[in-house]
Design a protein around this ligand. Structure first.
Ligand code: DQA
Length: 146
């Protein structure tokens, strides 16, 4: 069974409570439950990881190379400036899909640039928790096509 890792960056542990007008009312556990349900129906074994710490996210990405077939990451604020995270994504020889709940291109100017996108296989942004579901479907295709 292919293994998929979902990584959530800083402040995403506050979902459901944080800026609900932008990010919605679902908390991270609910989103992870949704991801796991859809993931298993697509045939994936799913693990989820959240950290507020850049180094922990880099270390998790480094470990993921050997353990997972595909990675979905919402780098949150690190999207916009973390070269360390970008380099960690670039180093991985497995597909990586970048996800955002909000449409970063319709928000403040500083959010409209992602340093991750150019090294990700693709980006899904703006569909709330459904962004993760769309990313899972893309992941299933990527794994199938090798
Ligand atoms: C986010 C968008 C980022 O700009 C922001 O810093 C987040 C969440 C999203 O999912 O829409 O924390 O990645």
């Amino acid at each position: 069974m292919p293994k998929l890792l979902v990584i959530h960056g800083p402040n995403l542990n506050m979902l459901g409570d944080r800026e609900t007008d932008i990010y919605g009312n679902a908390n991270l556990k609910e989103i992870n439950d949704l991801i796991k349900k859809e993931g298993s129906s697509l045939g994936f074994e799913v693990d989820a990881f959240q950290s507020n710490d850049e180094g922990s996210l880099v270390s998790k990405l480094q470990e993921a190379q050997a353990k997972y077939d595909v990675i979905i990451i919402n780098p949150a604020a690190f999207t916009h400036y973390s070269i360390a995270l970008r380099d960690a994504v670039a180093a991985i020889k497995k597909p990586v899909i970048e996800v955002h709940l909000s449409n970063i291109y319709s928000r403040e100017e500083f959010r409209q640039k992602s340093v991750i996108s150019s090294v990700a296989n693709g980006v899904i942004s703006g569909f709330g928790p459904q962004s993760y579901i769309l990313a899972l479907r893309a992941a299933a295709q990527l794994v199938k096509s090798g």
